[in-house]
Design a protein around this ligand. Structure first.
Ligand code: PLP
Length: 413
């Protein structure tokens, strides 16, 4: 498939008239097929099938079935991924699992992460430290520039290095292969958050020998608001957990070997389903699966080529059209270490983004001063980029953003 073929996907999405949507990194747009699939799940499977649909519509296997599909999109194998819960909850589960897998190495107590990681990732680690107070866990959250030095210095005391591959503010990307190899050379486990990677570019978890991962499906995947997130655990670790009869990180009934035996004792299931907890949200799964089935037809390398072309073009256009307005590029110029977004810093970033949104150019703002634009080649093309920058220039030149209406902050920014 070529990049030209990618352009054909645009008609499979429902994009409102007059909108240039540069926020697919935060909430992906609606695939046209989703409404009918959701309607079928609601009216037929739920409405008519009722409780029978757990079997007849195979609802019960949705987490595993979607997990196997996600696996193909992130360089993992069937049986290594399961879709469930939110990224935050899944981080809790995989961090606890990392602690279990490293339990014998009692001299280790450090969790390393990036201080600029998405806050929920850091909050979950803090919660685990407090929950397991007796274990004296030490959190080392450091700047990206100090990451390699920190892993070198503290790696032999580390249990796990937990990183989001692409920085949500700047779009800077860690080299998964290099950081994983460095971490493992120190005897620590490598945990990746793929929130801004999945369906943004090719991800090769197994080729990079990743240990554990989590990710999100409502961003680039287009699974819908609140779509189930996912967990990845390498087969070698699942085998160890199975062999040692290690319990589930959250021992809900969906992690039980026989949930419908209603045994009062918890007996953990084998394999990746140990990461399940409770009843899956079937309506969300219906929407997610539509998106996954579309993604399974996409050439991820063609996607990456198109994504780089769009981000390069956007940077070049902004720098030529919007020079002298106080913008600073926050995203790496080197496309090799860039995700699929471009960010600029500006002191008036919030109001500028509100003015852009009022014109139908939808990106988002991330405190303190980041204007963030996501590029999703399945439904954004170079003409959109050129148009968006035209509006960007007009907003800056006219100082339209100084209007009071663009200064009021909503609960979600
Ligand atoms: C978007 C994002 C999340 C979201 O977590 P939820 O539990 O789905 O709200 C978590 N981590 C990172 C790095 C993200 O970018």
């Amino acid at each position: 498939m070529t990049t030209t073929a990618l352009a054909a996907y645009r008609q499979q999405f429902s994009i409102p008239d007059g909108v240039i949507y540069l926020d697919g990194n935060s909430l992906g747009v609606l695939p046209k097929a989703t409404a009918a699939a959701a309607q079928n799940t609601v009216a037929n499977e739920w409405g008519n099938g009722l409780i029978r649909s757990w079997n007849t519509a195979d609802w019960i296997n949705a987490p595993r079935r979607c997990g196997d599909k996600i696996a193909r999109l992130i360089g993992a194998n069937a049986g290594e991924v399961v879709a469930c819960d939110s990224t935050s909850v899944n981080l809790f589960k995989v961090l606890l699992t990392a602690l279990k897998l490293q339990e014998a190495k009692t001299e280790r107590n450090v969790i390393i992460s990036d201080i600029d990681n998405f806050p929920t990732d850091l909050y979950i680690a803090q919660g685990i430290r407090d929950l397991l107070a007796g274990r004296n866990l030490e959190l080392q959250f450091v700047k990206r520039a100090d990451m390699v030095a920190t892993i070198n210095a503290l790696g032999s005391r580390a249990i796990v290095v937990m990183l989001t591959q692409v920085d949500y503010r700047t779009g800077e990307r860690y080299d998964m292969r290099e950081i994983t190899a460095l971490t493992q050379s120190k005897g620590a486990l490598m945990l990746w958050d793929l929130a801004h990677s999945t369906c943004a570019f090719p991800v090769e978890l197994n080729a990079c020998n990743a240990d554990l991962a989590v990710g999100c499906t409502y961003k680039y995947v287009n699974g819908g608001p609140g779509a189930p997130a996912f967990v990845f655990a390498a087969k070698r670790h699942l085998d160890v957990l199975d062999a040692s009869k290690q319990s589930a990180p959250i021992s809900g009934w969906f992690a039980h070997a026989a949930p419908f035996a209603f045994d009062p004792q918890f007996h953990v299931t084998r394999g990746i389903e140990r990461f399940l907890v409770g009843t899956p949200p079937i309506l969300q799964f219906a929407a997610l699966e539509v998106a996954l089935d579309m993604w399974l037809t996409v050439d991820m390398h063609a996607l990456r080529t198109a994504s780089v072309a769009l981000t390069e073009r956007f940077i070049a256009e902004v720098e030529s059209q919007c020079a002298d307005f106080g913008l600073t590029l926050a995203t790496p110029r080197n496309a090799d270490i860039r995700g699929s977004q471009v960010s600029f810093r500006h002191d008036e970033g919030y109001a500028i983004m509100q003015a852009l949104i009022a014109r139908g150019v939808i990106g988002d703002f991330r405190a303190p001063d980041i204007l963030r634009f996501g590029f999703t080649p399945l439904y954004i093309n170079e003409a959109d980029v050129v148009n968006a920058v035209k509006h960007f220039r007009e907003v800056l030149q006219s100082r339209e953003y100084e209007r009071a209406e663009f200064r009021a902050r909503g609960k979600v920014t």
